[in-house]
Ligand binder design. Structure first.
Ligand SMILES: Nc1nc2c(c(=O)[nH]1)N[C@H]1C(S)=C(S)[C@@H](COP(=O)(O)O)O[C@H]1N2
Ligand SMILES: [Mo]
Length: 349
């Protein structure tokens, strides 16, 4: 598999595993499954599962890229192209006001995500019923989910119940609540929106070394001296701490998902109960660091030379010592090769 099929800073899931992300189950509801198309349309339309299954099915190989850095290439999905339900640019079923499209889930929180209509027509998403030849399982969005190629996977709603054509955009669940980027192009790494923080405010916070409880998504603090930083409970998704001096920093319960911590000096830092999903810790110095209770799904502590080679060697390894603390539950979130690297490099408890 050629490497240039992987967008920047994504890692292949090895083997048949398909990670679960976000909600785990649809809303409890005994009524038969339907999908409703409404909003800026000439006529509202509701279609049931049997009707959807009776429509001509197409099978497509689609690359899946999750924002938490795992990718699965050429997954086989089958179902009905969205355009078969909403029409095409040539034969639209929407009115002239329609500019966006929102996909709403049959889930407790009415999870949704949206895209500009013109992009949707280009990307040609699938209303999927099968994955890898089998009916979609409930946890992966069955019986019906969207699969939108060319976007981070959070644009692919599980348990599709409603397709709403909109005159104005309505931010989806992750986009509004978690700061996920609304465009979501994996090739441009549009993972998160930066927090709205002026350069001056950022500089002041870095000088004061107190990030506690703040929303500092995507803050750039590479190469800085931030030893003894206070960052308890801070929101630091995608923060750039490359090569920073973070000795004794306190990140307890902070959200550092997808943070860039490569080659950072993290000696005696506290990451207890922190979210380090997708964080890059290659080459970091973790001697004396506390990662007990940290969530490490998709985190990396080294890179591997020649991905697929059985003898591939870790490069840019993180450094551990007998005082580094990582729990079993945290290790379970790592990919097998990251886990065996960490286990051999550190005398974990
Ligand atoms: N209804 C619903 N759809 C959702 C989500 C969710 O939380 N709820 N999470 C999104 C995210 S972030 C991803 S990566 C994929 C995960 O799908 P999977 O669990 O089948 O891998 O679903 C997307 N669709
Ligand atoms: Mo995701």
């Amino acid at each position: 598999m050629s490497r240039d099929k992987l967008p920047p800073n994504q890692q292949l899931v090895r083997g048949p595993r398909w990670p679960l992300v976000g909600e785990r189950a649809p809303r409890e509801d005994d009524s038969p499954w339907t999908v409703t198309i409404d909003g800026c349309v000439a006529a509202t339309r509701t279609i049931n599962l049997a009707e959807l299954q009776a429509m001509p099915q197409v099978t497509r190989a689609i690359d899946v890229h999750c924002v938490t850095r795992w990718s699965k290439l050429q997954m086989e999905f089958a179902g009905v192209p969205l355009v078969e339900l909403i029409g095409t640019a040539a034969i639209p079923s929407w009115t002239s006001e329609a500019k966006y499209i929102s996909f709403v889930a049959r889930s407790q929180r009415h999870h949704s995500t949206s895209l500009p209509l013109n992009e949707v027509l280009q990307l040609d998403p699938l209303i999927a019923i099968l994955a890898e030849g089998e009916p979609l399982t409930a946890e992966h969005g069955g019986p019906v989910r969207m699969v939108v190629p060319g976007k981070y996977f959070y644009k692919s709603v599980k348990w599709l119940e409603r397709i709403e054509l909109l005159a104005e955009d309505r931010l989806g669940y992750w986009e509004a609540d978690a700061g996920y980027h609304n465009v979501a192009d994996p090739w441009r790494e549009e993972r998160y929106m930066a927090a709205t923080l002026s350069k001056k405010e950022a500089a002041d916070l870095i000088d004061q070394r107190d990030f506690s409880g703040r929303d500092l998504r995507s803050i750039v603090a590479a190469d800085r001296d931030l030893s003894d930083l206070k960052a308890v409970g801070a929101l630091l998704r995608d923060a750039d701490f490359r090569n920073a001096d973070l000795r004794r920093a306190n990140f307890q319960a902070a959200n550092l998902s997808n943070a860039h911590l490569h080659h950072a000096d993290l000696r005696d830092a506290n990451f207890q109960d922190a979210d380090l999903e997708g964080a890059n810790l290659s080459g970091a110095d973790l001697r004396g660091a506390n990662l007990l209770g940290a969530s490490l799904f998709g985190a990396s502590f080294c890179q591997f030379e020649g991905e697929a080679a059985p003898d591939s060697r870790p490069v840019n390894p993180a450094v551990f010592d007998a005082n580094t603390r990582i729990g079993e539950a945290s290790l379970a979130g790592l990919t097998a090769d990251q886990r065996s690297f960490v286990q051999s490099a550190c005398q974990c408890e």
